[in-house]
Design a protein around this ligand. Structure first.
Ligand SMILES: NCc1[nH]cc(CCC(=O)O)c1CC(=O)O
Length: 311
């Protein structure tokens, strides 16, 4: 068999993830080769993702190369994947999920985000994180800090902000554990759908023999059920990364619990609901959660956000 061509973005985090997949393949005796591809999300650094239009900014160019066979699989942070893929593509595997929490990371040791008397300027580029901060910690100010993790840390150290609000997974993979000051609660900072897992995408026309080998080497079953539930929820809420939607599924044995919601951009209204069921009905649980969230006022919040984003 030819080496499997793994397409990835060129950021350090993306490369780490691609090499992780290469390692998983190697463990089952599969050779691979890494192909770096630049995406719109990498090129346009001065505009927020919300403004570029979140649809596929990190995935489009990889899909072009999947389609014409220059790569066999594309490796992405699961969080960056659209909830519905364009026709002709599918996610064939999710790697075992990392800790899902958001964190506060800083070069400084005197950060105390819970004390309203201490001013704090947090760098982030996520509408979910900004709105959640406004809801629970209205004393905290935020500034938009974009770019890859290394760039963001450099900006922080040069004084753009006091600390960064990030995903644990990225900071950990990049070896910044020493700068992690807080691991945030999953009830307050309920993560983005897919946070902490790596998705492997292929063309639907991929050789089924090769596909099965890749799935066996890389797919983590319970992560798959969790992500299926979360992504089914997101599909109905039409999240993208410009809408502050969140969802987190946990699996225990055959049971799956999915909690999730939506928060208004100004943080005044925040909805969180839960649904439980069998992990074998993950998709249905996602749909049930969406219905609950929309009925609990999510519908109105979503409409408001969409009208603001359009303007
Ligand atoms: N939004 C960008 C992005 N996409 C994936 C990760 C981190 C890795 C992960 O969550 O799997 C990050 C950085 C962050 O949110 O701090």
């Amino acid at each position: 068999m030819e080496p499997i061509k793994i397409g990835t973005r060129g950021s350090k985090l993306a490369l780490y993830q691609a090499y992780h997949v290469a390692d998983l393949l190697k463990k089952t005796g599969l050779e691979s080769k890494i192909v770096i591809i630049e995406t719109k999300g990498d090129k346009v650094l001065d505009v927020s993702i919300a403004k570029i239009g979140s649809k596929g900014v990190f995935t489009e160019e990889l899909e072009e190369q999947l389609a014409d066979g220059r790569i066999d699989i594309a490796v992405h942070s699961a969080k960056d994947m659209q909830s519905s893929l364009p026709l002709g593509f599918e996610i064939i595997a999710f790697t075992e999920r990392e800790k899902v929490n958001d964190i506060i990371l800083s070069h400084r040791k005197d950060i105390d985000y819970q004390n309203p008397d201490l001013p704090l300027l947090l760098g982030t580029s996520s509408t979910r994180r900004v709105a959640t901060l406004k809801h629970f910690y209205p004393h905290i100010k935020t500034v938009e800090v974009r770019g890859n993790l290394q760039t963001r840390i450099a900006k922080m150290e040069s004084g753009v902000c006091d600390a960064l609000l990030l995903a644990y997974a990225g900071a950990h993979r990049m070896n910044y554990d020493e700068m992690i000051r807080y691991e945030l609660s999953l009830d307050e900072f309920t993560p983005a759908v897919g946070q902490g897992s790596i998705a492997i995408e292929s063309s639907t026309g991929m050789d089924p023999y090769v596909k099965e080998k890749i799935v066996l080497a890389c797919h983590h079953s319970d992560t798959g059920f969790r992500l299926a539930a979360e992504r089914s929820y997101l599909r109905i809420l039409e999240g993208g990364c410009s809408i502050p939607v969140y969802g987190l599924a946990e699996v225990a044995g055959e049971d799956l619990q999915l909690k999730g919601g939506i928060v208004s951009l100004d943080g005044t209204e925040r909805i969180i609901q839960k649904v439980r069921g069998s992990k074998y009905e993950a998709e249905k649980i996602g749909q049930m959660l969406a219905e609950k969230v929309l009925n609990a006022g999510g519908d109105r919040i979503l409409k408001e956000i969409k009208s603001i984003i359009k303007n």
